[in-house]
Design a protein around this ligand. Structure first.
Ligand SMILES: [Zn+2]
Length: 480
């Protein structure tokens, strides 16, 4: 249960009230947007809050990887996009998605479950991505330039998340300031129109079924009418769906020749995984048993995948193992399937078996990050920590910005009692999460650990000096 507080009170304002306020002129009169690095820092600050304080944050590399691949298809085709996007999921049954400053896009699991095709999900993501690429958020916040960064972050969180987040208020004064203006700020009609238009183009260029935009908007509008608890769903509060928006989306779709889009197998697997992991585990097993028995599925492979995942969750490793062969016979394949098979072996106590599956799958899918993480972890758990570490250091060279890799390094070093290396790796995690003071603290711990050689210590010293300078520069920038 989330507490109702200050933010909840603000966020609970119905969309119609917010819309009735005179909207600030957000479109015209020069580009008053924030500098990209300020935008990124605001986004990182909200992300830290979400990662560490919001229990709904779904720390699942497979779901995040799926959303990132889907998102990349949309951003690759967007003209002039030069920004790192990061997609992540929130376990929340409401239908919502939101874009934060700096390219962070959150997706509620309720949206993934409600989408009946991959194109519907892509339509909502394309709209969110467009808010970012058209710098709507940046321009909305840019009007508040006299504000301190924590206040901007609180405002951005209040407007964009569409969630009750009382804990996000950055102190009382910041909260009061943010509260005073946040009701005036919501995406204007102009911004919504533009995000729909640009999002539609991205959807089309990426080869999705463009009719999905109108059909999903209609579904959202219907959903709004039947909401029985009297609340307006988050997405509709931040992006009011109007008859006009639906008609525009339909008109646009009519100008494009019909294109069939086949959903990727991962779309169904991700939905099955989310279903298998929600609610009571015995109900989940029953649900998938029913699907398989009555053949009530869009994809047999995904239904059987869900059954294995649910059995595993219900601690029925033996039954799950027995179902693996049927899942594969139904055509289930790919990184998610291999990962699940390895988890089943692990649960059955067969650690070497898990390593074999993951090593093999990793060879066949060298670009799958979830497989890479699982392979490194399984090696460590099977007592092959040196191999795990060499796999990780090679991966860190390929993906230096992947915080999870540094986190796995830190964990493995910690288990081996290598304290300097542990804190050094942990420092890089914090750098990538935009928290320089925490990173500096880790490097100080690395220095004091007393188990490093001369070479290792000089590397730590050099990095410490570098981060201190960077931090001093940031403090100077913030005061300007
Ligand atoms: Zn919008």
């Amino acid at each position: 249960m989330r507490k109702l507080g200050f933010w909840a009170a603000i966020l609970a304002l119905p969309a119609c009230i917010a819309a009735a306020q005179p909207l600030p002129d957000l479109g015209g009169g020069g580009d008053a947007g924030l500098a990209p690095q300020v935008e990124r820092r605001i986004g990182e600050s909200i992300m830290r809050d979400i990662r560490f304080r919001d229990p709904a944050y779904l720390d699942d590399p497979e779901i995040a990887d799926y959303l990132s691949v889907l998102g990349a298809r949309l951003t690759q085709n967007a003209a002039g996009v030069r920004m790192d996007f990061e997609f992540f999921a929130m376990r929340d049954h409401t239908i919502n998605a939101f874009a934060l400053p700096g390219g962070f896009v959150g997706v509620h699991t309720g949206l993934i479950s409600a989408a009946e095709s991959e194109s519907e999900l892509a339509a909502v993501l394309a709209h969110e991505v467009a808010h970012v690429t058209q710098r709507h958020i940046s321009r909305m916040l840019g009007q508040q330039q006299q504000m301190q960064l924590p206040v901007l972050a609180a405002i951005a969180a209040a407007i964009l998340l569409g969630r009750s987040r009382p804990d996000l208020a950055a102190g009382g004064i910041a909260a009061a300031q943010a509260g005073a203006i946040s009701t005036q700020l919501s995406y204007s009609r102009e911004y919504e129109r533009e995000a729909d238009r640009i999002g539609f183009q991205a959807l089309d260029a990426a080869g999705f079924d463009v009719r999905a935009m109108a059909s999903f908007f209609e579904k959202l509008q219907r959903g709004m009418r039947v909401a029985d608890d009297g609340t307006v769903p988050g997405y509709l509060r931040t992006h009011p769906v109007t008859t006009e928006r639906i008609a525009d989306a339909q008109n646009r779709a009519a100008t494009v020749p019909y294109k069939q889009h086949l959903d990727t197998p991962e779309f169904q697997l991700v939905r099955a995984k989310l279903r298998a992991e929600s609610g009571d585990e015995r109900d989940a097993v029953e649900y998938f048993h029913g699907l398989v028995r009555d053949k009530r599925y869009a994809s047999e492979a995904a239904a059987r995948y869900g059954l294995v995942a649910a059995l595993l969750r219900a601690r029925r490793a033996k039954d799950a193992d027995a179902e693996l062969a049927r899942m594969r016979a139904a055509g289930a394949s790919g990184p998610m399937v291999e990962l699940l098979a390895a988890r089943v072996k692990q649960a059955a106590g067969d650690r070497p078996g898990a390593v074999t599956i993951l090593a093999d799958a990793h060879l066949r899918h060298p670009h799958s990050r979830p497989l890479l993480y699982a392979h490194a972890e399984a090696l460590h758990e099977a007592g092959r920590s040196e191999q795990s570490l060499s796999l990780l250091s090679e991966a860190v060279r390929t993906y230096p910005k992947d915080a999870r890799l540094h986190q796995l390094q830190a964990k493995t070093y910690a288990a081996l009692g290598k304290r300097l290396l542990q804190h050094q790796a942990q420092a890089e995690v914090y750098v990538l999460q935009g928290s320089l003071p925490a990173a500096i603290e880790q490097l100080q711990l690395a220095r004091a650990a007393g188990d490093g050689d001369f070479y290792e210590l000089s590397v730590v010293d050099a990095r410490l000096k570098e981060l201190r300078n960077q931090h001093a520069q940031e403090m100077k920038d913030a005061k300007r």
